[in-house]
Design a protein around this ligand. Structure first.
Ligand code: PHE
Length: 450
């Protein structure tokens, strides 16, 4: 095991680490993105494929990222580079992914923050107009940009200070609130007349709609939602103490992430069908369906809507700070930059990308890269290409370039705990995952081209 000269920080407690890792994983990916992807990709068939990827690929890759991080005590780039200089590029791809995801994520974070205010300023008064209001809002030029900047500044404040204090505390309170609210919305949604059709849509697979793209969308979403394939969990693992059971923690974080995504689906689809809405509306789904459900609740709906969007904004924030941290820690560790300076320049560059993304919903909708606007371009580039490549590289690195016995030591904490599934995990990482990810990525990218 490598010795580090500087004493590195550790997470304060097991629960602190779990909350931070879960905070990174649970975000817009679960509540904003997962339901609309499900809607666009035909419902239950997508769900089944997604489940398989999460169970067979997600948990194993997360375990591997934790192991690489803790073993090297280094963030994304350093963890690769310190082992073998030729692997530096794998970490750098992760940093690039962080930039591009942060080129659209704060735009959506801004929408969510805006909806806190809109919930009290009349959004729910006219249920019929909720859909149109969302379209008008995001295609505007000033409002969404202002909200994006608000969200970005929150990130800057937190990341400049280090993550522990504010965000961890806010997450500890607001994550359970979000969870509770989703349960409440799910109950309301399930008791609307006509709700059953939503459950059928979510849980009764129709494989006729499955294409190579469905698999790629599900794989990309698994990596995106679990914060994998870009070094984030390597970084978080690097602060983990030697007593923690890595595989168990990975399973727990994955379970929580999956739970929130499923709950978000059950909260939304029954309502979508009960209100006779279209499931395949894309990125507007949560911003239209949730306010509609709340509008149908009368007076208390306004209050719940405010709480929901506050909680969603916080969930987004606990994820976006982890993304920003990947880029910032690169400039600090590898480029010797001072933290504040790294934060400001990183946030500045990310804001420029976000301006392009946000305006691509409106005035710049005519400007396209490879046939899509900036928002979609950053989204597709990261989750369909970069994260899959990042996950593939990580699996090859761990399976073929790290020593098997050292890995066993790392995952059993030097033989003090059991990891009965070690051989199975190793086989998945070494053979199955690289091949599976490569096939899905190639088939998916080809079907995009067609
Ligand atoms: N997992 C986060 C979400 O679901 C997004 C994210 C991706 C965060 C990659 C960190 C790294 O919203």
């Amino acid at each position: 095991m490598e010795k580090t000269t500087v004493k590195r920080e550790n997470w304060g407690s097991r629960i602190g680490f779990i909350m931070a890792a879960a905070g990174s994983a649970v975000g817009l990916g679960n509540i904003w993105r997962f339901p609309y992807l499900l809607g666009e990709n035909g419902g239950a068939a997508f769900l089944l494929i997604y489940l398989a990827f999460v169970v067979f690929i997600g948990v194993s890759v997360m375990t591997a990222e934790f192991a690489v991080g803790r073993k090297s005590s280094r963030a994304a780039v350093g963890a690769f580079k310190n082992h073998d200089k030729r692997w530096t590029f794998a970490g750098v791809i992760g940093v690039l992914s962080a930039f591009f995801i942060m080129g659209f994520y704060p735009v959506v974070g801004g929408w969510s923050a805006a909806y806190v205010v809109k919930s009290v300023t009349g959004l729910l008064a006219d249920p019929e107009a909720i859909g149109g209001a969302f379209g008008a809002f995001i295609s505007g030029s000033t409002q969404p940009l202002v909200w994006m900047l608000v969200f970005m500044i929150l990130n800057v404040v937190i990341v400049a200070k280090g993550i522990a204090g504010g965000i961890e505390k806010a997450g500890k309170v607001l994550m359970p609130v979000l969870f509770g609210l989703l349960i409440l919305i799910a109950v309301r949604s399930l008791t609307l007349p006509g709700a059953a059709a939503g459950l059928v849509y979510m849980f009764k697979p129709d494989f006729s709609v499955v294409t190579g793209q469905t698999f790629l969308a599900a794989l990309g979403q698994a990596f995106f939602s679990l914060s994998l394939g870009m070094g984030c969990m390597i970084t978080y693992g690097s602060y983990l103490n030697k007593q923690e059971n890595l595989a168990n923690n990975a399973a727990l974080v994955t379970g929580m992430d999956l739970g929130v995504a499923l709950l978000a689906g059950v909260a939304m689809f029954p309502a979508i069908f009960a209100f006779g809405m279209e499931p395949a509306v894309g990125p507007g789904l949560v911003f239209v369906v949730i306010p509609s459900v709340f509008a149908a609740m009368g007076g208390i709906g306004t209050l719940l809507s405010v709480i929901f969007f506050v909680a969603l904004t916080v969930a987004a924030l606990t994820s976006s700070v982890s993304l920003m941290e990947v880029a910032v820690s690169y400039f600090i560790d590898e480029r010797g930059m001072e933290r504040k300076k790294a934060v400001y320049s990183t946030a500045g560059a990310m804001s420029v990308l976000c301006v392009l993304s946000s305006l691509s919903m409106g005035v710049m909708s005519g400007v396209t890269v490879l046939g899509v606007g900036f928002f979609d371009f950053f989204d597709i580039l990261t989750d369909k290409i970069f994260l899959a490549i990042g996950g593939l590289l990580l699996a090859v690195f761990v399976g073929w370039f790290l020593d098997k016995e050292e890995l066993r030591q790392e995952l059993t904490n030097g033989g003090t705990i059991k990891f009965g599934l070690f051989e199975g995990w190793y086989f998945l990482i070494k053979y199955v995952i690289p091949v599976a990810v490569a096939i899905v990525a190639i088939a998916g990218i080809r079907s995009i081209e067609q």
